[in-house]
Each structure stands twice: as structure tokens, then as C-alpha cells.
Design a protein around this ligand. Structure first.
Ligand SMILES: Nc1ncnc2c1ncn2[C@@H]1O[C@H](COP(=O)(O)OP(=O)(O)OP(=O)(O)O)[C@@H](O)[C@H]1O
Length: 358
């Protein structure tokens, strides 16, 4: 299934011009700076904004064809989760969920009321009204409600933006696993690099009303020719748990045939997990020095170099399929006389990594 758009929308001072096919498998993130048009694009998909011209096709179904055809938002089989939840304030959580269930777009056997309530952990909240819930609880109810409407696609606009750090951490795994549990693809808008790195299978980068890059998140985050390649750059690696240290609380992961040691992760051998490696945590060595506290030393080569911010260089360091990034000072780069193409070791401490729980 794909969602194809070719739309133009003109407003005073802002034009949205997007021709793109979204692969509707897993989670696709739309990222970009404030005002670039992320929300407008999402609202256009939902039918809440009317483009001046263009077409939108969901699989074989046409939702929009210039001025000749327009499917109303309620007939687009979409679920929507906003930054601030739009739960009915006068209804209890149970009644909010019931409302969505009765208006479900289709029958989906994996979506039963009790399963969704259990999975979202909201059973103790059913009698409460939305204003009696914390921000994180409200978003979990909003997600449950959106799932119960059995949409073909779930649209999320900054679903974590109004939450504090701990509520964000709590909600992220729910969003990440909706697709796996309920087979509902998601398009999520976010301006946070960290969130997108944790959530998205595919990422679309926007700027000034246009899509400027797109691809698999693991690939896009490790390229130097897009707007993510700056001082905050981070590599996203898909890894497999390959073993546990016997004497220490540490876990071994394999990435493209190389071993990475991380703090203990409670997951059996063979589990696939995502690892975030900030470029600022990665150092470069020519020789692998054994007598050193840095655990991870991966043999690689420099296949791209880009100045980043004030006095830094960003280096791309391929493994096999995937790549790391290293942010080092220009002074170090010059002192070591590093050259594109040369073999080096990428070194990083286990403590600087973020491993996503599978
Ligand atoms: N109702 C409106 N009328 C006119 N212009 C609008 C309206 N809503 C948004 N805009 C403009 O459209 C542009 C895109 O806004 P949009 O909210 O889609 O951006 P965004 O990327 O989602 O931004 P943010 O991350 O800050 O939410 C901006 O220049 C904004 O000022």
C-alpha cells in the first residue's frame, strides 16, 4: 500500500508543493524546521486543508483529483493524534473509546476493545474524565481511541511535544509498536531528530514547503548531503543481540559483522534492536590501542568529510551496509592529517550510546 500525493497549496507568503509517494509500511516521519509545512502537509492528507490543485491517492482509492473529486475527511479511513489531545472533555475515557469503536472505519480482527485497553495500559483510567489525566495518560487514551477507529493509516502531529521527558520516554515504545501489534502504518510529524531516530522506519525531510530528501531512517541519518548532517548528527544502526558478558552487566550487539558492546540489555540472542550513536561520541584512531577504556573500536574508513558548525568536521565511516558518523574538531582533523579513503578505527564508549528496548 502507498499514499501518493502531487499537490500545490498557495497561501500568502507560503507555498506547499509536494509530489511524493509514501510507502505505508511501519512508521514514516516528516521532519523539518518550524514553519516548513509539516502540519499543513499532514492536514492536507487528512482532508482538513484543501490544496489549490493536485491529487491524493491511497492505494487504489483516489481521495482528491483537482476540483473534480474530494473525499471528505471522515471518509478517508484515517486516525489522527494531535500534539494536544482532542478527547471529548465531557465524556469519560470509556465513553471516548466507545465513541471511536462505534464509528470504526472497518473491521480489524486484531483490534478488540479489551486488547487495546490492555495494550495501552489504560484500564485503571476508564472512569476518569480527560481533565483528571496526566498529559502522558491523555496521549495514551488518544492513541487507543485512534487505534479503535480501525484506520488504514494513522496520522500523528507532534504527539510527544506537550509531554515532559519522562512521559515522552514512556509513550515512545507504544507509538513504535502500534504497527507491529495492530498493522496500522503511521505518518508522524516531528521536529525532533532524537524522536525520529527512535521511531521512524522511513524519514522525509522538508524545507520551505518542499520535500528535500527521503529514505530509510538508518540511511538518511548517516548521509552527509542533507540537513541532518550537522553538529547534532547521530547514526542510527540496526543491530542484533549476539551475547551477554558473563561477569559484567554488558551486552554484545552485531552491526554489519562488527561487535558493539553496550550497557546490559535484557533481550535474548538474535533480538533486533536499534542503536543511536551520536557523532559527538565517536573518536578516530589510526591504531587500535588495547590499553584504553574505550570498549568499542570498529575498523572502518573515512568515506566522506563535511565541515559542521564552528570548527568541527563531520566524518562518515561506513561499516558494510550502514555507517557511523564522527564529529571531531578541525584542529584534530588537521593535526592527524586525516584523508578521505583512509582506514581508521571508530571508537566510542558503551556509556554514550542509546539502545532502544526491543
Ligand atoms: N491558517 C493559516 N493561514 C495562513 N498561513 C498559515 C496558516 N497556518 C499555517 N500557516 C503558515 O504556513 C506555513 C507552514 O506552517 P505549518 O504549521 O505547516 O509548519 P510546520 O512545519 O508544521 O511548523 P511547526 O513545526 O512550527 O509546527 C507557515 O509559514 C505558517 O505561518
Amino acid at each position: 500500500m502507498t499514499l501518493s500525493l502531487d499537490i500545490r497549496l498557495d497561501r500568502s507568503g507560503f507555498q506547499l508543493h509536494v509530489a511524493h509517494t509514501f510507502p505505508l509500511n511501519g512508521i514514516t516521519a516528516i521532519m523539518g524546521p518550524s514553519g516548513c509545512g509539516k502540519t499543513t502537509l499532514l492536514r492536507t492528507i487528512a482532508g482538513l486543508e484543501m490544496p489549490d490543485s493536485g491529487s491524493i491517492r491511497m492505494g487504489d482509492t483516489t481521495w482528491l483529483e483537482d476540483s473534480t473529486l474530494r473525499t471528505e475527511p471522515q471518509n478517508r479511513r484515517l486516525g489522527y493524534v494531535f500534539q494536544e489531545t482532542s478527547l471529548f472533555p465531557h465524556l469519560s475515557v470509556a465513553a471516548n473509546l466507545d465513541y471511536a469503536r462505534k464509528r470504526a472505519h472497518s473491521k480489524n480482527d486484531s483490534i478488540s476493545l479489551n486488547h487495546v485497553i490492555d495494550w495501552c495500559g489504560i484500564a485503571p483510567l476508564l472512569k476518569q474524565k480527560p481533565d483528571q489525566l496526566s498529559g502522558g495518560q491523555r496521549q495514551r487514551v488518544a492513541i487507543a481511541r485512534a487505534i479503535l477507529s480501525a484506520p488504514e493509516l494513522l496520522l500523528m502531529d507532534e504527539p510527544l511535544a506537550s509531554l515532559d521527558r519522562s512521559a515522552k520516554r514512556e509513550l515512545l515504545p507504544y507509538i513504535r509498536t502500534i504497527h507491529r501489534h495492530f498493522s496500522i502504518p503511521i505518518i508522524v510529524v516531528s521536529h525532533s531528530q532524537d524522536e525520529v531516530a527512535r521511531l521512524a522506519d522511513n524519514t522525509v525531510l522538508m524545507d520551505n514547503g518542499r520535500i528535500i530528501a527521503c529514505g530509510q531512517t538508518t540511511e538518511l541519518f548517516s548521509q552527509l548531503d542533507n540537513t541532518l548532517a550537522d553538529e547534532d548528527a547521530l547514526a542510527v544502526l540496526e543491530t542484533t543481540v549476539s551475547g551477554q558478558e558473563t561477569d559484567y552487566p554488558a551486552t554484545h550487539l552485531q552491526a554489519d559483522g562488527q561487535q558493539i558492546t553496550v550497557s546490559h540489555l535484557s533481550a535474548p540472542r538474535g533480538t533486533i534492536t536499534r542503536l543511536l550513536v551520536p557523532a559527538s561520541e565517536v573518536s578516530i584512531m589510526r591504531e587500535s590501542v588495547a590499553d584504553c577504556s574505550i570498549q568499542n573500536r570498529l575498523l572502518t574508513r573515512i568515506d566522506g568529510v563535511k565541515p559542521a558548525g564552528d570548527g568541527h568536521m563531520l566524518l562518515r565511516l561506513p561499516l558494510e551496509q550502514q555507517a557511523l558518523l564522527a564529529l571531531i574538531t578541525r584542529q584534530s582533523f588537521d593535526r592527524m592529517a586525516l584523508k578521505q579513503g583512509e582506514s581508521v578505527y571508530a571508537c566510542f564508549k558503551a556509556a554514550g550510546l542509546q539502545v532502544l528496548n526491543p
